[in-house]
Design a protein around this ligand. Structure first.
Ligand code: HEM
Length: 433
């Protein structure tokens, strides 16, 4: 929330710096005393967890890059060299590989939290759009990183996914094939493909970091949403970010790090595919080509459509539809806590994503294919039918008069002239737009 600066430089150095580059003022105003709703629950700790994960991926990635060789002849061996010969190389590599999974786990929770509490609604549309952009960049970055191992799954995943562009041949004959060969830098996935994937995989995390800065900037203009979805109305509704949320975020981060460490130390390969320990062989296609777990729902959507071009369009639409959510949802109330029907559709959407994840790992045939199509239909129906229509018909529950009332209850609220409606039962649901 934009608020007047309360920073007081304490010594001559901080006064000098403040007059030239008020970076300490920025940290003080935006991260220490920043007024934050007093009722944020643990779902709000994932933004901090994500920031931590981005830093982990960048730091471990830079160290890996010191030993990695981006040529088809040496890529696989250079990864094994890191694992076996480099001091603590196994830890760096497993942290980076498992880190990608944990990053996606956190980003999916973070996004679903936004969908549940209506954090995309005005005035937070730009914040949301920047989030979706980050998600897209993360998907591309993780895909490129996976290819660098140059194992069987890496190689064939690159072959399958880059080949999707050839579907454009159905629009302009030859265009798709030209595009694929341009991406490959040749007539098949090979040395030029690997070096460009490496170059971009190194670049993208820094672009993500830049968009994250914009994301947090866009958050700090309207301030946080909160579980009630109602706006901050008085200073009583907020607490300073430090120490209240630095402590809460820190505690959640420790729990998350324990889960992360559990995978790194006890099951580092649990989340990945064993075939990626076979060096890439362009002459032998694996029996089943499956992506990493975090791409499985999108993979299921791609395969649910029996036409190549339409399948690719459905795949792209499954992510880009998120850009339009602020305008697809017509409800006047933000939080699903007060939307008795939407709540159920939301949980059905979560089940759909999990089911699509499972189906993405199975062969697209028989019952799996039928279910894949049904869940794909619900996935899009949720955004295109439920969100626009339900908001018009659903009767929301009564909203609390303020954030403070939702925490302390109406009876503890001082009866002030500014809050007459808080205790009345017949109060109309608050409009948010
Ligand atoms: C690298 C990835 C990301 C990072 C580091 C990040 C970081 C953050 C941080 C620090 C916050 C404030 C704390 C919180 O509300 O949890 C936040 C809020 C938010 N983020 Fe993200 N985010 C990321 C990705 C995304 C994505 C993919 C989306 C949605 C598609 C998204 C949507 C939002 C929304 C709507 C809020 C406001 C929440 C509220 O106030 O209710 N973010 N993000």
């Amino acid at each position: 929330m934009a608020h007047p600066s309360t920073y007081q430089p304490e010594n001559s150095f901080t006064k000098w710096l403040d007059a030239r580059l008020p970076v300490l003022r920025l940290v003080h105003d935006q991260f220490l005393v920043f007024p934050t709703p007093r009722n944020l629950n643990y779902w709000w700790t994932f933004g901090g967890i994500l920031t931590f994960m981005l830093a982990v991926q960048i730091v471990t990635g830079i160290v890996l890059a010191m030993h990695y060789v981006a040529t088809p002849e040496h890529a696989f061996d250079s990864v094994e060299h890191v694992m076996r010969d480099v001091n603590w190389g196994w830890l760096i590599r497993y942290t980076h590989a498992v880190g990608a999974s944990m990053f996606f786990l956190a980003v999916y929770v973070h996004t679903l939290r936004g969908l549940y509490y209506g954090s995309y609604k005005a005035p937070r549309e730009v914040l949301w759009i920047l989030g979706v952009l980050i998600l897209l960049l993360m998907i591309v970055t993780a895909f490129m990183g996976y290819s660098l191992v140059w194992g069987q799954m890496s190689f064939w995943a690159v072959t399958v996914i880059t080949n999707l562009f050839s579907s454009l041949d159905a629009v302009i004959p030859g265009l798709g094939t030209q595009l694929v060969q341009w991406i490959w830098g040749g007539f098949s996935v090979g040395a030029p493909t690997l070096s460009r994937l490496y170059s971009l995989h190194y670049l993208f995390p820094f672009i993500i970091a830049g968009v994250v800065v914009l994301h947090i900037w866009a958050l700090h203009i309207p301030g946080n949403n909160n579980p009630t979805g109602i706006d901050v109305k008085s200073p009583r509704d907020t607490v300073p970010f430090h120490p209240y949320y630095t402590m809460k975020d820190g505690f959640a981060l420790v729990l998350f790090a324990m889960l992360f460490a559990g995978f790194v130390f006890y099951a580092p390969n649990y989340l990945s595919h064993p075939d990626n320990y076979i060096p890439a062989n362009p002459l032998q296609t694996p029996q089943h080509i499956v992506p990493e777990w975090y791409f499985l729902p999108f993979y299921a959507i791609l395969r649910a459509v029996p036409d190549k071009l339409l399948g690719v369009m459905a795949l792209l639409a499954s992510i880009s539809i998120l850009f339009f959510v602020p305008w697809l949802d017509t409800s006047r109330v933000r939080s699903a806590k007060y939307r008795p029907i939407y709540k159920w559709f939301f949980w059905a959407f979560v089940v759909t994503c999990l089911a699509l994840g499972y189906l993405g790992s199975q062969l697209p045939e028989g019952l799996y294919l039928v279910l894949g199509r049904l869940f794909t239909a619900y996935y899009f129906g949720f955004f295109l039918i439920v969100m626009p229509l339900l908001g018009r018909f659903e009767k929301p529950k009564r909203l609390p008069g303020s954030i403070t009332e939702s925490v302390l209850g109406p009876e503890l609220e001082p009866p002030t002239a500014t809050r007459p409606a808080a205790a009345t039962k017949k109060r109309k649901p608050e409009a948010v737009l």
